[in-house]
Ligand binder design. Structure first.
Ligand code: PEP
Ligand code: MG
Length: 564
């Protein structure tokens, strides 16, 4: 049994196809026919563009436009006139082959990006190395395994999955993926989940262990894989596979159904998204609205602040896609672990307790006003609600309300259309907001509980510190009390209370949340049907009886004993 990181859930059973990394040795050679060599380079670039365009088109169908655009970006990167100029100048000056020049220039460019202490820009280094490898293979006539042609029931085994490799995947033929590197948020994991292919990542030396044609079974939920399993193991995995398939088929029955408990309590089941295009996915997954649009993604992976127009288009797209269903848009939540280099924020000793989210926005009102203006304008196109992150007291909420009121006055003068009743709510994710929940509920239009942060801040735990990670648990009675208090305070003032942290999709916690009276559950698209099923299996009175017992628990262990 090999243990790795659970990258994408599901059971995979199949035969291994090893995606080998060819040794690419660029020979040092002098060129005599330089015109011919430059023509060879041009032909290779043309082939790269044609192949990539075709792969991106295929990827549009399998994983969606967003990821296909990463590949289209590779074309732009390679066709950058400066880069092409650099490659041909090096060839001419040094009289070297196209391979040598491509290798040197693209490696230098990748190295430059790799040095920048920013995760997103470092990702460009991977992109440039991917482009370099593919260009060298074209120039040297090296053919890779054609992933699009592998037989049904294939388990792909690779060091890592690059975007260009993934482009060829036909999800119907791939039973699973094993890799040597990558974590849950790596590109390969995100793509595997998007295609619903079970994946276990970061298994040490897996490419040396597995041979082509080996039998492989894997569990993408527990992160386990077995190579050439014995009969008993195969039977066990086949049983788990069947159970998983049955569960998936069963869940389909919940599509189009109301989100309602056994005894008829209706709740809202909405989705978390990061990009306007994700709203389409939310609709496909049967989400009843958007409970959290993390707008910081619009600010990431670029070199400047998105303009009011760009933001307006993004919010309008999400609102129109949801056709009048609620779309809760969280205003800029940066800082902490979400750095945006071009904003020039200083390094802080305690970034999670520092200049982030609403604290940053209220100091950089120029940036915040642009976002609020775009939001207010987009409110004319759907049911947009504004949510303020990391609130610690009513004064922050009031300041946002004043800013929105001023924008509305300006729009009235200019005759710009907007929704006069746009709701402004609070993301409840700090202990201070929890303590002030009674007061906040009087001034906020709604609450949404951010359990990811609320858990960390309530338990005073730095999630990056492995020594204290055991304390980071939403099952801790302290966190449960905080959640209960927030819901009760909201209910007392008659406002909607939702939850957009990971806990909203937690099967153990859903009965408690229903007992407390949570109105809205905001989960990832792939969790919608599962969450609806769990809700449908609950009876509120039974949940309340369970909650009474759970809330008497004083340790996490006692809580878990009851919830299991
Ligand atoms: C949360 O804190 O629970 C949350 C949903 O926000 P984020 O994970 O973006 O901080
Ligand atoms: Mg948060």
């Amino acid at each position: 049994m090999y243990k790795g990181i659970a990258g994408s859930e599901g059971i995979g059973i199949g035969k291994a196809v090893l995606i080998e990394e060819h040794e690419i040795n660029v020979e040092a050679k002098k060129v005599t026919d330089m015109d011919g060599e430059i023509a060879r380079l041009q032909k290779a670039i043309e082939k790269f563009v044609a192949d990539t365009t075709e792969m991106a088109a295929r990827m549009d169908e399998t994983v969606g436009k967003k990821d296909a655009d990463i590949l289209r970006g590779h074309i732009q990167m390679l066709q950058d006139p400066m880069l092409e100029e650099q490659i041909s100048a090096l060839m001419l000056n040094e009289k070297i082959t196209a391979e040598m020049a491509v290798d040197q220039v693209l490696e230098q460019t990748a190295e430059m990006f790799a040095q920048i202490p920013d995760e997103l820009l470092q990702q460009r280094a991977t992109d440039f190395r991917d482009i370099k490898t593919r260009m060298l293979k074209i120039l040297m006539g090296i053919e890779d395994v054609d992933i699009s042609q592998v037989p049904s029931g294939t388990v792909l085994v690779a060091r890592d999955l690059t975007p260009s490799m993934t482009a060829g995947i036909n999800p119907d033929n791939i039973a699973g993926i094993l890799t040597e590197v990558g974590g849950r948020t790596s590109h390969s994991a995100i793509l595997a989940r998007a295609m619903e292919i079970p994946a276990v990542l970061s298994i040490e030396n897996i490419c040396s262990i597995v041979k082509n044609g080996d039998e492989v079974v894997l569990d993408g939920t527990s992160g386990e894989a077995v190579v050439n399993p014995d009969e008993e193991t195969v039977t066990r995995f086949e049983k788990m596979y069947q159970e998983h398939q049955n569960e998936k088929a069963l869940l389909k029955a919940y599509a189009g159904q109301p989100s309602m408990t056994k005894d008829g309590t209706r709740v809202e089941l909405v989705c978390n998204i990061g990009k306007p295009e994700d709203a389409k996915k939310a609709v496909e997954c049967d989400g009843e609205g958007i409970g959290l649009f993390r707008t910081e993604f619009l600010f990431m992976d670029r070199d400047s602040i998105p303009t009011e127009e760009e933001q307006f288009e993004a919010y309008k797209t999400a609102a129109e896609t949801m056709k009048g269903k609620p779309v809760i848009i969280r205003t800029l939540d940066i800082g902490g672990d979400k750095a945006i280099p071009y904003l020039g924020l200083e390094e802080e000793e305690n970034p999670f307790l520092g200049f982030r989210a609403i604290r940053f926005c209220l100091k950089r009102k120029d940036i915040y006003e642009t976002q609020l203006k775009a939001l207010v304008r987009a409110s004319a196109f759907g049911k947009i609600k504004i949510m303020v992150p990391l609130v610690t007291g009513v004064d922050e909420l009031r300041q946002v309300k004043v800013m929105v009121a001023d924008i509305m006055k300006e729009y009235d003068k200019e005759g710009v259309a907007y929704n006069k009743n746009i709701e402004i709510g609070v993301m409840m994710e700090t202990p201070a907001a929890c303590m002030m929940a009674d007061a906040l509920a009087k001034e906020a239009a709604f609450f949404s509980i951010g359990t990811n942060d609320l858990t960390g801040y309530t338990m005073a735990v730095d999630r990056g510190n492995a020594k204290v990670a055991y304390l980071y648990s939403t099952y801790n009675p302290a966190v449960l009390r905080a959640i209960k208090r927030i819901i009760e305070c909201g209910k007392k003032e008659g406002i909607m209370v939702g939850m957009c942290g990971e806990a909203a999709a937690d099967s153990k916690l859903i009965p408690l949340l229903l007992a407390f009276g949570l109105d809205e559950f905001s989960v990832s698209g792939t969790s919608v049907l599962k969450t609806r099923k769990i809700i449908s299996d609950c009876d509120v009175e039974e949940c309340k009886a369970l909650a009474d017992k759970v809330m008497k628990c004083v340790t996490e262990e006692e809580v878990l004993e009851l919830l299991k």
